[in-house]
Design a protein. Structure first.
Length: 500
């Protein structure tokens, strides 16, 4: 992975070297510190701005080489748009715009963290720093030849100039741990499936022990004893045995009910006997995006020592066609005792989650469970790639998720649940079948999951459109987006963490 960008904080008075970056608003106004940094070059810059198309729109930039009167080789003015009510997510994107302008030739970069109007707070400078790191990540581990024009701040050392570097550094500590969690999730999604199969994924999750997370790995024998017939049915056609990993972070009060996050970890989804067409099948290495998010989230929470008890649980399998693979028509018995007729072996994610959700509900009695899964192609038909589908049996949990979706930019859109959908998955031979009709495919998938939550307050996020292959944006240039880590970290921080 390339996350080599170094971000630090320096005082406004530190001399800029290499490339200098300043911000202005959409009235082309600079803040006091930015004006000061421009010094005698202010007039030149204003003339350049006036004769260009640059209007200070959020994320737009004006590049000036060797500006007269400045000791730097390059000056970049980045627009911050309207700054009066600038939000955290806007600052994250502003940081992304900064990283986006840094090229391979830039080794030293100074960013003046200053906007017109009120003085920038340490938390705001920290958000810019997070945005820089998020944007700069790229997955190039398997490229043996790096190209000269590879841009994106990868090797730059970025100094963010602020009024109080110590305060900014302190404010950046938790945010930087969250960025680490996002990057970990992206990394897992990007890894090829011959490298990241269930056992290897479990090993990577076990690294969380270094942060004080308790990690328990259930192997096939343990899962057989637990009677996880739904998960094991999916896994049985693969040469790689399945795993369930339970992670526990105890940052809250002793004995306090935990929150639970559950992830679909299908390390590769061929569809099984109901095999998928070959076009884009390679994308199905990302069918563990839910599990990746849970691991990234546990990293973020543990590293920033979140004052909360949390259980993370992931079901790891590979869905392969094989002489030993499960067939359409098979009936499996889930850990809950409910039987399932397999109609389509490609509807495997819900089978994996059925046993993990049931296990977590019984064993950990959580306050709520949120599961994340690249569950259905149908959610992309419904919502595209900007919103994840949200399904919930609990209005308050749904409202909290919607609110943090807005503030983090990891948006969710609530979808319906109800008996009219639920009856579509009744089976003539077993308690239920694993698919409904084509119409409303994401909803019947969610109805299936709901049959395994045992009344626990629960939300399901269908992240098939958002976890991978979504269009690149200001803060993400990677195929695996790490979607959900910032969303759920914020959910925990805002509503469930004790503040002391
Ligand atoms: N992993 C897929 C869903 C998916 C598709 C995720 C494309 C990301 C991109 C899931 O296991 C699946 O195959 N779902 C089927 C369900 C159907 C057989 C009822 C689907 O969506 O077609
Ligand atoms: Mn599938
Ligand atoms: Zn799948």
């Amino acid at each position: 992975m390339s996350d080599a960008v170094k971000v630090g904080f320096v005082p406004f008075s530190a001399p800029a070297r290499g490339t200098l970056i300043v911000f202005c608003d959409d009235a082309l106004k600079f803040g006091t510190a930015a004006t000061k940094a421009l010094g005698v070059a202010v007039a030149t810059v204003k003339r350049a701005v006036a004769s260009s198309q640059f209007k200070g729109k959020a994320g737009s930039a004006l590049d000036l080489l060797a500006p007269e009167g400045l000791k730097v080789g390059r000056l970049i003015v980045i627009g911050a748009g309207k700054v009066a009510a600038i939000k955290d997510y806007d600052l994250l994107k502003l940081g992304g715009a900064v990283a986006g302008k840094i090229g391979a030739a830039d080794t030293a970069v100074t960013v003046i963290a200053d906007l017109p109007g009120a003085a920038m707070q340490p938390e705001q400078a920290a958000a810019i720093a997070s945005g820089i790191r998020l944007r700069a990540y790229k997955f190039d581990r398997y490229k043996t030849k790096k190209k000269d024009d590879d841009s994106g701040a990868v090797n730059a050392s970025v100094s963010i100039a602020v009024a109080d570097p110590a305060a900014a550094k302190k404010a950046f500590t938790p945010g930087s741990h969250v960025v680490d969690g996002v990057i970990l999730a992206r990394e897992l999604v990007n890894e090829p499936p011959n490298v990241l199969y269930p056992e290897e994924f479990a090993k990577r999750a076990a690294q969380l022990k270094k942060l004080g997370v308790e990690v328990q790995i259930l192997d096939v024998k343990a899962m057989t004893q637990l009677k996880m017939g739904a998960l094991l049915g999916v896994s049985q056609g693969s040469a790689h045995p399945g795993r369930t990993v339970i992670m526990r972070w105890n940052g809250g009060k002793k004995g306090e009910q935990p929150l639970a996050f559950v992830g679909k970890g299908v390390c590769f989804d061929t569809g099984g006997i109901s095999i998928k067409p070959s076009a884009s099948m390679e994308d199905m290495k990302g069918d563990m995006g839910g599990a990746a998010c849970v691991v990234g989230l546990m990293h973020a929470l543990a590293a920033r020592k979140a004052k909360v008890n949390v259980v993370g649980a992931i079901g790891l399998v590979e869905n392969m066609p094989d002489g030993n693979a499960q067939r359409p028509g098979d009936i499996v018995t889930s850990m809950s005792g409910q039987t399932i007729e397999i109609i389509n072996t490609d509807a495997e994610g819900r089978l994996v989650l059925a046993d993990v959700l049931w296990y977590v509900a019984q064993k950990h009695k959580p306050k709520f469970m949120v599961d994340l899964a690249t569950l259905t192609g149908a959610i992309m038909v419904a919502l595209g790639t900007d919103y994840a589908g949200l399904f919930s049996n609990n209005d308050q949990l749904a409202e909290h998720l919607t609110a943090v979706g807005q503030s983090t930019g990891e948006k969710v859109w609530r979808m319906p649940l109800g008996p009219e959908y639920d009856k579509q998955i009744d089976s003539q031979f077993a308690d239920m079948k694993n698919t409904g009709s084509r119409n409303g495919g994401s909803i019947t998938a969610a109805q299936f999951l709901q049959r395994f939550v045992d009344g626990t307050p629960w939300a399901h996020l269908d992240i098939a459109g958002t976890a991978m292959g979504a269009p690149k944006n200001d803060i993400n240039q990677s195929w695996g987006s790490g979607y959900g880590v910032r969303l759920l970290n914020q959910l925990v921080a805002e509503y469930y963490e004790s503040k002391k």
